[in-house]
Design a protein around this ligand. Structure first.
Ligand code: ADP
Ligand code: MG
Length: 446
Protein backbone atom coordinates (compact mmCIF):
# COMPACT_ATOMS: atom_id res chain seq x y z
CA UNK A 1 0.00 0.00 0.00
CA UNK A 2 1.27 3.47 -0.80
CA UNK A 3 1.51 6.12 1.90
CA UNK A 4 -1.55 7.82 0.50
CA UNK A 5 -3.64 4.68 0.36
CA UNK A 6 -2.68 3.68 3.83
CA UNK A 7 -3.45 7.05 5.35
CA UNK A 8 -6.73 7.26 3.47
CA UNK A 9 -7.79 3.95 4.93
CA UNK A 10 -6.90 5.20 8.38
CA UNK A 11 -8.75 8.49 7.91
CA UNK A 12 -11.80 6.72 6.60
CA UNK A 13 -12.07 4.76 9.81
CA UNK A 14 -11.28 7.63 12.10
CA UNK A 15 -13.90 9.73 10.44
CA UNK A 16 -16.56 7.25 11.33
CA UNK A 17 -15.66 7.40 14.97
CA UNK A 18 -15.33 11.06 15.74
CA UNK A 19 -17.42 14.13 15.03
CA UNK A 20 -16.79 15.90 11.76
CA UNK A 21 -15.69 19.02 13.63
CA UNK A 22 -13.03 17.03 15.44
CA UNK A 23 -12.06 15.27 12.29
CA UNK A 24 -11.52 18.56 10.51
CA UNK A 25 -9.64 20.02 13.47
CA UNK A 26 -7.21 17.19 14.01
CA UNK A 27 -6.81 15.42 10.72
CA UNK A 28 -6.90 18.13 8.12
CA UNK A 29 -3.50 18.55 6.49
CA UNK A 30 -2.07 15.35 7.83
CA UNK A 31 -0.41 12.65 5.77
CA UNK A 32 1.99 9.76 6.00
CA UNK A 33 5.42 10.80 4.84
CA UNK A 34 7.24 7.58 5.41
CA UNK A 35 6.83 3.90 6.26
CA UNK A 36 10.06 2.34 7.33
CA UNK A 37 10.24 -1.12 8.84
CA UNK A 38 7.82 -1.01 11.69
CA UNK A 39 7.58 2.76 11.93
CA UNK A 40 5.21 5.17 10.23
CA UNK A 41 5.77 8.91 10.24
CA UNK A 42 2.79 11.19 9.96
CA UNK A 43 3.24 14.79 9.02
CA UNK A 44 1.04 17.27 10.89
CA UNK A 45 0.56 21.01 10.35
CA UNK A 46 1.53 22.35 13.78
CA UNK A 47 2.55 21.55 17.30
CA UNK A 48 -0.97 21.65 18.72
CA UNK A 49 -2.07 18.93 16.39
CA UNK A 50 1.08 16.98 17.07
CA UNK A 51 0.55 17.07 20.79
CA UNK A 52 -3.06 16.14 20.42
CA UNK A 53 -2.55 13.22 18.09
CA UNK A 54 0.21 11.89 20.32
CA UNK A 55 -1.85 12.17 23.45
CA UNK A 56 -5.34 11.35 22.34
CA UNK A 57 -5.40 9.52 19.09
CA UNK A 58 -2.11 7.70 18.93
CA UNK A 59 -3.44 4.41 20.27
CA UNK A 60 -6.37 4.50 17.93
CA UNK A 61 -4.27 5.41 14.90
CA UNK A 62 -1.77 2.71 15.70
CA UNK A 63 -4.49 0.14 16.15
CA UNK A 64 -5.96 0.90 12.75
CA UNK A 65 -2.56 0.94 11.08
CA UNK A 66 -1.68 -2.34 12.70
CA UNK A 67 -4.92 -3.90 11.58
CA UNK A 68 -4.11 -2.86 8.02
CA UNK A 69 -0.48 -3.90 8.16
CA UNK A 70 0.73 -6.10 10.96
CA UNK A 71 4.31 -4.94 10.53
CA UNK A 72 3.50 -1.50 11.81
CA UNK A 73 4.30 -1.12 15.48
CA UNK A 74 4.94 2.56 15.98
CA UNK A 75 3.72 5.96 14.77
CA UNK A 76 5.66 9.21 14.99
CA UNK A 77 4.36 12.68 14.27
CA UNK A 78 6.39 15.38 12.67
CA UNK A 79 5.52 18.98 11.95
CA UNK A 80 5.38 19.51 8.22
CA UNK A 81 6.36 22.43 6.07
CA UNK A 82 4.23 25.08 4.41
CA UNK A 83 3.11 23.20 1.34
CA UNK A 84 1.30 20.67 3.46
CA UNK A 85 -0.93 23.36 4.79
CA UNK A 86 -3.03 23.60 1.70
CA UNK A 87 -4.64 20.30 0.99
CA UNK A 88 -5.40 17.10 2.74
CA UNK A 89 -5.43 14.81 -0.22
CA UNK A 90 -5.54 15.14 -3.98
CA UNK A 91 -9.07 16.00 -5.04
CA UNK A 92 -9.95 12.70 -6.72
CA UNK A 93 -9.01 10.75 -3.64
CA UNK A 94 -11.01 13.03 -1.41
CA UNK A 95 -14.06 12.48 -3.55
CA UNK A 96 -13.74 8.76 -3.39
CA UNK A 97 -13.77 8.91 0.34
CA UNK A 98 -16.52 11.47 0.49
CA UNK A 99 -15.15 13.62 3.24
CA UNK A 100 -18.25 15.73 3.49
CA UNK A 101 -16.57 18.92 4.65
CA UNK A 102 -14.42 18.99 1.56
CA UNK A 103 -17.23 19.13 -0.94
CA UNK A 104 -18.44 22.54 -0.03
CA UNK A 105 -19.04 25.08 -2.75
CA UNK A 106 -16.99 28.20 -2.14
CA UNK A 107 -19.60 30.65 -3.38
CA UNK A 108 -22.71 29.25 -1.75
CA UNK A 109 -21.21 27.26 1.15
CA UNK A 110 -23.53 24.45 0.14
CA UNK A 111 -22.60 20.81 0.47
CA UNK A 112 -24.01 18.81 -2.41
CA UNK A 113 -24.56 15.78 -0.20
CA UNK A 114 -27.66 17.31 1.36
CA UNK A 115 -30.65 17.00 -0.97
CA UNK A 116 -34.39 16.57 -0.82
CA UNK A 117 -33.98 13.19 -2.53
CA UNK A 118 -32.09 11.74 0.40
CA UNK A 119 -34.15 13.47 3.07
CA UNK A 120 -36.57 10.96 4.55
CA UNK A 121 -39.99 12.32 5.41
CA UNK A 122 -42.16 11.07 8.25
CA UNK A 123 -44.83 12.53 10.50
CA UNK A 124 -42.15 14.23 12.60
CA UNK A 125 -40.80 16.44 9.82
CA UNK A 126 -43.56 16.50 7.23
CA UNK A 127 -44.52 20.12 7.73
CA UNK A 128 -41.03 21.64 7.66
CA UNK A 129 -40.15 19.47 4.68
CA UNK A 130 -43.24 20.59 2.75
CA UNK A 131 -42.57 24.22 3.59
CA UNK A 132 -38.94 23.85 2.57
CA UNK A 133 -39.93 22.26 -0.71
CA UNK A 134 -42.43 25.05 -1.44
CA UNK A 135 -39.78 27.66 -0.73
CA UNK A 136 -37.27 25.91 -2.96
CA UNK A 137 -39.78 25.91 -5.83
CA UNK A 138 -40.79 29.52 -5.41
CA UNK A 139 -38.17 31.39 -3.43
CA UNK A 140 -39.18 34.73 -1.97
CA UNK A 141 -42.89 34.42 -2.48
CA UNK A 142 -44.36 31.69 -0.34
CA UNK A 143 -43.12 31.68 3.21
CA UNK A 144 -40.75 34.45 4.07
CA UNK A 145 -38.87 34.00 6.24
CA UNK A 146 -39.06 30.26 6.69
CA UNK A 147 -38.02 29.48 10.25
CA UNK A 148 -37.26 25.84 11.04
CA UNK A 149 -36.47 24.71 14.55
CA UNK A 150 -35.78 21.44 16.33
CA UNK A 151 -33.29 19.58 18.51
CA UNK A 152 -29.75 18.48 17.72
CA UNK A 153 -29.18 16.00 14.93
CA UNK A 154 -32.72 16.05 13.62
CA UNK A 155 -32.08 17.38 10.15
CA UNK A 156 -32.21 21.17 10.27
CA UNK A 157 -28.95 21.69 8.48
CA UNK A 158 -29.81 18.98 5.99
CA UNK A 159 -33.11 20.63 5.16
CA UNK A 160 -31.64 24.14 4.91
CA UNK A 161 -28.89 22.93 2.64
CA UNK A 162 -31.38 20.96 0.54
CA UNK A 163 -33.33 24.16 -0.06
CA UNK A 164 -30.16 25.88 -1.19
CA UNK A 165 -29.10 23.05 -3.47
CA UNK A 166 -32.56 22.77 -5.01
CA UNK A 167 -32.70 26.50 -5.72
CA UNK A 168 -29.26 26.44 -7.31
CA UNK A 169 -30.47 23.61 -9.53
CA UNK A 170 -33.75 25.27 -10.55
CA UNK A 171 -32.62 28.87 -10.66
CA UNK A 172 -28.96 28.92 -11.59
CA UNK A 173 -29.02 32.71 -11.84
CA UNK A 174 -29.95 33.19 -8.22
CA UNK A 175 -27.24 33.93 -5.73
CA UNK A 176 -27.66 31.60 -2.80
CA UNK A 177 -25.64 31.83 0.37
CA UNK A 178 -25.67 29.50 3.35
CA UNK A 179 -23.95 30.58 6.56
CA UNK A 180 -23.74 29.67 10.23
CA UNK A 181 -24.94 32.49 12.39
CA UNK A 182 -21.55 32.60 14.14
CA UNK A 183 -19.93 33.20 10.82
CA UNK A 184 -22.20 36.15 10.27
CA UNK A 185 -21.22 37.45 13.71
CA UNK A 186 -17.52 37.16 13.05
CA UNK A 187 -18.06 38.89 9.70
CA UNK A 188 -19.73 41.80 11.44
CA UNK A 189 -17.00 42.05 14.03
CA UNK A 190 -14.21 41.86 11.48
CA UNK A 191 -15.72 44.47 9.22
CA UNK A 192 -16.23 46.86 12.09
CA UNK A 193 -12.63 46.42 13.06
CA UNK A 194 -11.35 46.87 9.54
CA UNK A 195 -13.80 49.64 8.80
CA UNK A 196 -15.27 47.69 5.95
CA UNK A 197 -18.86 47.79 7.04
CA UNK A 198 -20.05 49.13 3.71
CA UNK A 199 -18.49 46.25 1.86
CA UNK A 200 -19.94 43.76 4.29
CA UNK A 201 -23.39 45.28 3.90
CA UNK A 202 -23.35 45.25 0.14
CA UNK A 203 -22.02 41.71 0.04
CA UNK A 204 -25.06 40.47 1.92
CA UNK A 205 -27.51 42.67 0.15
CA UNK A 206 -26.69 41.23 -3.24
CA UNK A 207 -27.87 37.80 -2.19
CA UNK A 208 -31.13 36.33 -3.53
CA UNK A 209 -31.48 33.55 -1.00
CA UNK A 210 -29.95 33.91 2.44
CA UNK A 211 -29.87 30.77 4.56
CA UNK A 212 -28.71 31.22 8.10
CA UNK A 213 -28.19 28.19 10.34
CA UNK A 214 -28.35 27.99 14.13
CA UNK A 215 -29.56 31.49 14.65
CA UNK A 216 -29.84 30.95 18.42
CA UNK A 217 -26.17 31.89 18.57
CA UNK A 218 -27.07 35.48 17.81
CA UNK A 219 -28.47 35.62 21.34
CA UNK A 220 -26.97 38.50 23.23
CA UNK A 221 -24.93 39.82 20.31
CA UNK A 222 -26.62 43.12 19.84
CA UNK A 223 -24.44 44.66 17.19
CA UNK A 224 -24.73 41.54 15.08
CA UNK A 225 -28.46 41.41 15.56
CA UNK A 226 -28.78 45.00 14.51
CA UNK A 227 -26.79 44.34 11.38
CA UNK A 228 -28.78 41.21 10.68
CA UNK A 229 -32.01 43.12 11.15
CA UNK A 230 -30.97 45.62 8.48
CA UNK A 231 -29.81 42.90 6.13
CA UNK A 232 -33.05 41.06 6.72
CA UNK A 233 -35.16 44.10 5.91
CA UNK A 234 -33.17 44.99 2.83
CA UNK A 235 -33.59 41.47 1.44
CA UNK A 236 -37.17 41.07 2.55
CA UNK A 237 -38.27 44.27 0.85
CA UNK A 238 -36.88 43.00 -2.41
CA UNK A 239 -38.73 39.67 -2.05
CA UNK A 240 -35.53 37.81 -1.46
CA UNK A 241 -35.91 34.53 0.36
CA UNK A 242 -34.63 34.14 3.91
CA UNK A 243 -34.41 30.75 5.59
CA UNK A 244 -33.48 30.39 9.23
CA UNK A 245 -32.89 27.51 11.60
CA UNK A 246 -32.62 27.40 15.35
CA UNK A 247 -32.68 24.85 18.12
CA UNK A 248 -35.76 26.57 19.59
CA UNK A 249 -38.61 28.85 18.51
CA UNK A 250 -37.96 32.60 18.24
CA UNK A 251 -39.74 33.41 21.46
CA UNK A 252 -37.45 31.07 23.39
CA UNK A 253 -34.21 32.64 22.19
CA UNK A 254 -32.96 34.78 25.05
CA UNK A 255 -31.66 38.27 24.43
CA UNK A 256 -33.08 38.50 20.96
CA UNK A 257 -34.10 42.04 20.20
CA UNK A 258 -37.83 42.43 19.97
CA UNK A 259 -37.80 43.67 16.42
CA UNK A 260 -35.74 40.74 15.20
CA UNK A 261 -38.00 38.32 17.03
CA UNK A 262 -41.06 39.76 15.40
CA UNK A 263 -39.34 39.53 12.01
CA UNK A 264 -38.66 35.86 12.59
CA UNK A 265 -42.23 35.32 13.60
CA UNK A 266 -43.55 37.11 10.55
CA UNK A 267 -43.27 34.19 8.15
CA UNK A 268 -43.68 30.46 8.52
CA UNK A 269 -42.44 28.65 11.62
CA UNK A 270 -42.17 24.88 11.43
CA UNK A 271 -40.65 22.48 13.91
CA UNK A 272 -38.99 19.11 13.49
CA UNK A 273 -39.87 16.75 16.31
CA UNK A 274 -38.56 13.24 17.00
CA UNK A 275 -38.87 10.50 14.38
CA UNK A 276 -41.15 7.59 15.23
CA UNK A 277 -39.86 4.01 15.17
CA UNK A 278 -40.95 3.25 11.58
CA UNK A 279 -39.26 6.36 10.26
CA UNK A 280 -36.09 5.54 12.15
CA UNK A 281 -36.00 2.14 10.50
CA UNK A 282 -36.74 3.72 7.12
CA UNK A 283 -33.83 6.13 7.58
CA UNK A 284 -31.45 3.31 8.48
CA UNK A 285 -32.54 1.31 5.47
CA UNK A 286 -32.22 4.25 3.12
CA UNK A 287 -28.72 5.07 4.39
CA UNK A 288 -27.62 1.46 4.01
CA UNK A 289 -29.04 1.30 0.52
CA UNK A 290 -27.07 4.41 -0.40
CA UNK A 291 -23.94 2.51 0.53
CA UNK A 292 -25.02 -0.72 -1.12
CA UNK A 293 -25.08 -2.60 2.13
CA UNK A 294 -27.92 -4.41 3.77
CA UNK A 295 -28.33 -5.67 7.32
CA UNK A 296 -30.91 -7.94 8.87
CA UNK A 297 -34.21 -6.47 10.05
CA UNK A 298 -33.29 -7.56 13.51
CA UNK A 299 -30.28 -5.24 13.41
CA UNK A 300 -32.23 -2.30 12.01
CA UNK A 301 -34.85 -2.77 14.69
CA UNK A 302 -32.23 -3.03 17.38
CA UNK A 303 -30.61 0.28 16.41
CA UNK A 304 -33.94 2.03 15.90
CA UNK A 305 -35.25 0.98 19.27
CA UNK A 306 -32.12 2.10 21.08
CA UNK A 307 -31.53 5.47 19.42
CA UNK A 308 -34.62 7.61 19.41
CA UNK A 309 -33.82 11.25 19.45
CA UNK A 310 -30.99 11.93 17.10
CA UNK A 311 -30.60 11.02 13.44
CA UNK A 312 -26.89 11.78 13.50
CA UNK A 313 -26.43 9.11 16.17
CA UNK A 314 -28.52 6.72 14.15
CA UNK A 315 -26.11 7.24 11.27
CA UNK A 316 -23.12 6.87 13.56
CA UNK A 317 -24.29 3.48 14.77
CA UNK A 318 -24.94 2.34 11.24
CA UNK A 319 -21.51 3.52 10.11
CA UNK A 320 -19.85 1.45 12.75
CA UNK A 321 -21.52 -1.65 11.39
CA UNK A 322 -20.60 -0.67 7.85
CA UNK A 323 -16.94 -0.52 8.80
CA UNK A 324 -17.22 -3.97 10.33
CA UNK A 325 -18.85 -5.26 7.18
CA UNK A 326 -16.12 -3.77 4.99
CA UNK A 327 -13.25 -5.03 7.08
CA UNK A 328 -14.65 -8.52 7.48
CA UNK A 329 -16.48 -8.84 4.24
CA UNK A 330 -19.61 -10.06 5.94
CA UNK A 331 -22.53 -8.59 7.85
CA UNK A 332 -22.40 -8.79 11.62
CA UNK A 333 -24.96 -11.02 13.29
CA UNK A 334 -27.13 -9.49 15.95
CA UNK A 335 -24.79 -10.46 18.78
CA UNK A 336 -21.73 -8.91 17.20
CA UNK A 337 -23.79 -5.88 16.27
CA UNK A 338 -24.80 -5.45 19.88
CA UNK A 339 -21.25 -5.66 21.05
CA UNK A 340 -20.02 -3.30 18.32
CA UNK A 341 -22.61 -0.74 19.35
CA UNK A 342 -22.12 -1.09 23.07
CA UNK A 343 -19.91 1.96 23.36
CA UNK A 344 -22.22 4.14 21.35
CA UNK A 345 -25.35 3.10 23.13
CA UNK A 346 -24.22 2.91 26.69
CA UNK A 347 -21.34 5.35 27.02
CA UNK A 348 -22.13 7.77 29.80
CA UNK A 349 -23.13 11.01 28.17
CA UNK A 350 -20.18 13.29 27.87
CA UNK A 351 -21.19 16.30 29.81
CA UNK A 352 -19.16 19.26 30.85
CA UNK A 353 -19.30 20.54 34.41
CA UNK A 354 -17.63 23.62 35.91
CA UNK A 355 -15.23 21.32 37.70
CA UNK A 356 -14.26 19.51 34.51
CA UNK A 357 -13.69 22.78 32.70
CA UNK A 358 -11.46 24.22 35.40
CA UNK A 359 -9.56 20.96 35.67
CA UNK A 360 -9.00 20.74 31.94
CA UNK A 361 -7.71 24.31 31.75
CA UNK A 362 -5.38 23.76 34.70
CA UNK A 363 -4.04 20.54 33.22
CA UNK A 364 -3.58 22.08 29.83
CA UNK A 365 -1.44 24.91 31.17
CA UNK A 366 0.30 22.70 33.64
CA UNK A 367 -1.08 24.54 36.63
CA UNK A 368 -2.67 23.35 39.81
CA UNK A 369 -6.39 23.98 40.08
CA UNK A 370 -5.82 25.97 43.21
CA UNK A 371 -3.39 28.27 41.36
CA UNK A 372 -6.15 29.14 38.94
CA UNK A 373 -8.45 29.96 41.78
CA UNK A 374 -5.90 31.84 43.86
CA UNK A 375 -5.70 35.57 43.59
CA UNK A 376 -2.51 35.69 41.54
CA UNK A 377 -1.86 38.40 39.00
CA UNK A 378 0.96 36.62 37.27
CA UNK A 379 0.41 36.56 33.56
CA UNK A 380 0.92 32.83 33.27
CA UNK A 381 -2.04 32.42 35.59
CA UNK A 382 -4.21 35.36 34.62
CA UNK A 383 -4.58 34.23 31.08
CA UNK A 384 -5.53 30.61 31.74
CA UNK A 385 -7.98 31.95 34.26
CA UNK A 386 -9.53 34.17 31.61
CA UNK A 387 -9.77 31.20 29.30
CA UNK A 388 -11.46 29.15 32.01
CA UNK A 389 -13.96 31.94 32.49
CA UNK A 390 -14.57 32.15 28.80
CA UNK A 391 -15.19 28.41 28.58
CA UNK A 392 -17.56 28.40 31.52
CA UNK A 393 -19.55 31.00 29.71
CA UNK A 394 -19.35 29.45 26.30
CA UNK A 395 -19.96 25.83 27.18
CA UNK A 396 -22.28 26.07 30.16
CA UNK A 397 -23.68 29.52 29.64
CA UNK A 398 -22.90 30.17 33.30
CA UNK A 399 -23.83 33.55 34.74
CA UNK A 400 -21.04 36.07 35.22
CA UNK A 401 -21.45 36.23 39.00
CA UNK A 402 -21.21 32.42 39.11
CA UNK A 403 -18.09 32.45 36.93
CA UNK A 404 -16.48 35.09 39.11
CA UNK A 405 -17.25 33.10 42.22
CA UNK A 406 -15.93 29.84 40.82
CA UNK A 407 -12.60 31.36 39.88
CA UNK A 408 -11.46 32.87 43.09
CA UNK A 409 -14.29 35.04 44.35
CA UNK A 410 -13.85 37.53 41.57
CA UNK A 411 -16.30 40.24 40.81
CA UNK A 412 -18.76 39.61 37.95
CA UNK A 413 -17.23 42.52 36.01
CA UNK A 414 -13.90 40.68 36.00
CA UNK A 415 -15.70 37.70 34.53
CA UNK A 416 -17.36 39.83 31.86
CA UNK A 417 -14.09 41.51 31.02
CA UNK A 418 -12.27 38.17 30.74
CA UNK A 419 -14.88 36.61 28.49
CA UNK A 420 -14.95 39.62 26.24
CA UNK A 421 -11.21 39.78 26.04
CA UNK A 422 -10.86 36.18 24.97
CA UNK A 423 -13.82 36.45 22.60
CA UNK A 424 -12.24 39.45 20.92
CA UNK A 425 -8.85 37.89 20.67
CA UNK A 426 -10.37 34.80 19.11
CA UNK A 427 -11.47 36.84 16.14
CA UNK A 428 -7.94 37.16 14.85
CA UNK A 429 -5.80 34.70 16.69
CA UNK A 430 -5.91 31.30 15.12
CA UNK A 431 -3.52 29.83 17.61
CA UNK A 432 -5.76 30.76 20.46
CA UNK A 433 -8.62 29.11 18.67
CA UNK A 434 -6.66 25.90 18.37
CA UNK A 435 -5.59 26.14 21.96
CA UNK A 436 -9.17 26.43 23.04
CA UNK A 437 -10.21 23.57 20.82
CA UNK A 438 -7.60 21.42 22.49
CA UNK A 439 -8.92 22.29 25.89
CA UNK A 440 -12.47 21.51 24.79
CA UNK A 441 -11.28 18.13 23.64
CA UNK A 442 -9.98 17.45 27.11
CA UNK A 443 -13.21 18.56 28.68
CA UNK A 444 -15.34 16.32 26.54
CA UNK A 445 -13.13 13.30 26.44
CA UNK A 446 -12.11 13.21 30.07
P1 ADP B 1 -29.19 19.34 12.82
O1 ADP B 1 -28.70 20.44 11.93
O2 ADP B 1 -30.64 19.43 13.13
O3 ADP B 1 -28.35 19.17 14.06
P2 ADP B 1 -28.38 17.65 10.63
O4 ADP B 1 -29.13 18.28 9.53
O5 ADP B 1 -26.93 17.95 10.69
O6 ADP B 1 -29.04 17.96 12.04
O7 ADP B 1 -28.61 16.07 10.55
C1 ADP B 1 -27.77 15.13 11.17
C2 ADP B 1 -27.52 13.97 10.24
O8 ADP B 1 -28.71 13.25 10.05
C3 ADP B 1 -27.07 14.42 8.86
O9 ADP B 1 -26.09 13.54 8.39
C4 ADP B 1 -28.32 14.33 8.02
O10 ADP B 1 -28.02 14.04 6.67
C5 ADP B 1 -29.08 13.21 8.67
N1 ADP B 1 -30.53 13.41 8.58
C6 ADP B 1 -31.27 14.23 9.37
N2 ADP B 1 -32.58 14.17 9.03
C7 ADP B 1 -32.66 13.28 8.01
C8 ADP B 1 -33.74 12.79 7.23
N3 ADP B 1 -35.00 13.18 7.44
N4 ADP B 1 -33.45 11.89 6.26
C9 ADP B 1 -32.20 11.49 6.06
N5 ADP B 1 -31.13 11.91 6.76
C10 ADP B 1 -31.35 12.81 7.73
MG1 MG C 1 -27.15 21.81 12.19
Amino acid sequence: MTNEELWQAVLAQIQLNISSANFATWFKNTKIISQKNSQVIVSVPNSFVKEWLEQKYNKFILKILHSLNEQIKEVKYSIGKGELKRTLLPVEETNQLEFPEFKIDKETNLNSRYTFENFIVGPFNELPQAAAWAVAKNPGFIYNPLFIYGGVGLGKTHLLQAIGNEIVKNFPEKRVRYIFSEKFTSGVVASIRNQEMERFKSKYREIDVLIIDDVQFLAGKEKTQEEFFHTFNALYEKNKQIVISSDRPPKAIPALTERLRSRFEGGMIADISYPDFETRVAILKAKSREKNIDFSDEIYNYIASNIQKNIRELEGALNRLIVYQKLNNRSPDIESAKSLLKNILYSPKRVATPKKIIQAVAEFYDLKEKDLIKNSRKREIVRPRQIAMFLLREILNSSFPFIGKKLGKKDHTTAIHSCEKIQKELENNENLEEEINLIKQRIFSG
